[in-house]
Design a protein around this ligand. Structure first.
Ligand code: PHE
Length: 463
């Protein structure tokens, strides 16, 4: 058998896994979720969920990957439970669905980078038309998928790790720079206080539900991305501290991106942050105006920097999304990486075309489905997101924790974590992870999965 790829060291793994985690979820979705529900209350719930609930799931995924050194399907086989490979297959399906729409939004971001670079600030007011200009956003989507496939085709150390080691520090640098700059703007303080001073009366069931979904998606959990990356990790590495660092980076960057964005929003709305509506168009509609008012040159530089940052963050995530089905094809079907990458990338791009045209261009895909009890139809892009991220990820997380605790068994999980971290045995961390994986995570994720099904697809009004 030919040698599998691996990360050259711990930093390489952490950069790649944090790269997977940090993405549109942090910089595009997180702020609009904050703006559409709860402000700082949402931020607090999100942080709590990251550490209390998601961190143990992350440790479990990495441990399964490292133990077996296999893709998410092969992993369950290698552990001796071929009947559980369906979890891996579901994960691959989730990854394919997520990448198909994620690439579309990543293409929008990259297109904004181009547009702002050439001084087209009007793009913010033309967001609706822009995402309907299929020639244009289609081209940006193709470029994005090509870049993703190119990196993945270069393999683990020479592709994914190398790209992440360059893109991640660049991203952190850009975000800090922009955050500092935005805080010097008029009304910045109003933005910060909206973001940081919680109104606990705003916490309701929906905010909790959204914060949990956001944390899970943002940490790339439930679909085997971290089983796959874990399979390239050395046996000497400490899984717990790596997972902790990945979680801190992800939550930290989401937090920082809010610190950067809300002053911009406050500046633009002359302090009336509450009046600005959240939603998928949030950064795309709001920000270009803010950049424009900074002056032609400054606005161009700051704006282009911002959308370049967003594109970098998205790229390290699309790479991990593509790597999951590619690893499966390479490990289980013995396909050459270089072939698998291009075929799968093309397939996923084509699968994304209905999402691409579902914002008005195609009547059919724009009015794709009307859920029971809903008054408006849902477009194809949102429909795929509802299945891929909102439904399959919590279900995957639920099944993985059940599997680890009761099928593979906790003592085996613990043994794998101890490899590279002898102090784990008998520690409080061990007790907590065992408790979370056996009870807390399956219970919460199971409930979230059922609620999503009821709410999204069966029209049960839970909120
Ligand atoms: N975590 C990524 C983000 O926040 C999205 C993602 C989900 C990537 C699942 C891989 C797997 O944008």
């Amino acid at each position: 058998m030919k040698a599998r790829g691996h990360f050259t060291n711990r930093f390489g793994f952490i950069a790649a896994a944090a790269g997977s985690a940090v993405g549109l979820g942090n910089i595009w979705k997180f702020p609009f979720e904050v703006a559409s529900g709860g402000g700082a209350a949402f931020v607090i719930m999100y942080l709590v969920f990251c550490f209390v609930l998601c961190f143990p799931v992350m440790v479990t995924e990495i441990a399964i990957g490292r133990k077996t050194q296999k893709d998410p399907v092969g992993a369950f086989k290698t552990l001796g439970f071929p009947r559980w490979t369906f979890i891996g297959k579901m994960g691959i399906l989730a990854g394919i669905l997520i990448l198909s729409f994620y690439n579309v939004v990543a293409g929008w971001a990259f297109g904004y980078f181009v547009q702002i670079s050439i001084g087209n600030f009007e793009i913010g007011n033309q967001f609706g038309e822009y995402i309907n200009n299929i020639g244009r956003v289609g081209l940006y989507g193709i470029i994005f998928m090509l870049a993703t496939a190119f990196v993945v085709s270069k393999g683990i150390a020479g592709g994914i790790e190398k790209a992440s080691k360059i893109l991640m520090p660049a991203l952190v640098g850009m975000i800090i720079l922009l955050a500092i700059y935005s805080m010097t703007l008029p009304h910045a303080f109003k933005g910060i206080s909206y973001y940081l001073i919680p109104q606990f009366s705003e916490i309701n069931f929906k905010v909790i539900y959204n914060a949990l979904g956001q944390a899970f998606f943002s940490l790339s959990l439930g679909m085997g991305a971290l089983i796959t990356y874990g399979s390239y990790v050395s046996k000497n590495d400490n899984i717990v501290s790596s997972a902790a660092l990945i979680t801190v980076s992800d939550a930290g960057i989401a937090f920082l991106s809010g610190l950067m964005l809300f002053p911009f929003v406050a500046y633009l709305s002359a302090g009336a942050v509450e009046t600005v509506e959240g939603g998928p168009g949030f950064i795309f509609q709001v920000l270009p105006g803010a950049f424009e008012s900074m002056g032609l040159i400054t606005g161009r530089v700051v704006g282009a920097l911002f959308f370049l940052l967003l594109s970098f963050a998205a790229l390290t995530s699309t790479i991990s999304l593509l790597e999951v089905p590619v690893a499966y094809a390479v490990d289980e079907m013995n396909v050459k990486r270089s072939h698998a990458v291009w075929v799968i990338a093309l397939f996923i791009f084509l699968l994304g075309v209905p999402s691409l045209v579902s914002n008005g261009d195609s009547h059919f895909f724009t009015h794709f489905i009307t859920y029971i009890g809903a008054d408006k139809p849902t477009n194809f892009l949102d429909f795929v997101a509802h299945i891929g991220s909102d439904t399959l990820l919590p279900l995957g997380g639920f099944l993985m924790t059940i599997f680890a605790a009761y099928v593979w068994k906790k003592h085996n999980l613990n043994k794998e974590i101890e490899t590279g971290f002898p102090g784990f045995k008998g520690s409080l961390v061990e007790k907590y992870i065992d408790f979370a994986v056996s009870y807390l995570c399956p219970a919460v994720l199971g409930v979230i999965f059922v609620l999503t099904l009821l709410n999204r697809f069966f029209g049960v009004d839970l909120f």
